[in-house]
Design a binder for this molecule. Sequence first.
Ligand code: AMP
Length: 285
Amino acid sequence: MIIVKSKRDLKSLIGSWKAKGEEHGVVMTMGALHEGHLALVDAANKDNDRVIATIFINPRQFDNKADLETYPIDTNEDLRKLKASGVDAVYLPQVGEIYPVGYSTTVSVADMQDCLCGATRPGHMDGVTTVVSKLLIQTNPDRAYYGQKDFQQFLLIQRVARDLDLMVDVIGVPTIREEDNLALSSRNRRLNTEQRKIAPTLFKVESAIADLLIQGEAVDHVLEWGRNYILEAGFEKVDYLELRSEENLTLITDSSSKEERLSSRVFVAAWMGNIRLIDNLPISR
Ligand code: AMP
């Protein structure tokens, strides 16, 4: 497994693959890798001759300084996992490689930005779409893999790739969960024993909401029930619990058609202490 740290070395590595006619996929991460990240690697391995993973904790997507400062870092273990998963190369840039002095360009999608995580985390989505654009340009892949756990992020990246003609297939990989259905997340490492027991409530509520909507219950009613259930279970704050279209994140309400309701996703973000967990689930599974 090759480790590259500069754009220059990255360019010559990718050039050598292209010269041999080899297609490559990219998996972008912020490290602290778990089985969710490795599922993206597995998907990339199946579709491509070569796979490159990137590890970069992007300061521009953290709206909360404490979250950035406490974000887990375990590079040696990450590299071991990537090697064992059959990754060909890892790009490990320093901040200056991505944002040199004087850097002043932002990639911002006008659509699908203001809702969900975009509404509660100012600047977060622009930070994501900017760094992903840069990493897509630098790694120049045939395919790029993102987790459906961050569904809004996945849709925004698809839009960037299309709007900017990046000529890459943006592929969404289903969420990997623990046995109790908690979505895997690097932030789960920060949960204490009590919080860890409460955390799967998010999935429990999402699947109950899906079942209730399929049975014909009203959208407003089930969402209100869900919000109360999450708070009573021990979460301190719910940033959002909403039903939205999988195509373009349009809000689904009681005035939406039955077809729209049943082809939507339920999205949730909630806080325990200073840890914010997110999840989403399609209504028709
Ligand atoms: P992160 O390191 O948290 O920025 O995540 C890097 C990539 O892994 C993103 O595309 C995430 O959506 C994806 N990812 C994170 N957790 C999961 C999971 N539980 N299942 C599938 N993909 C995930």
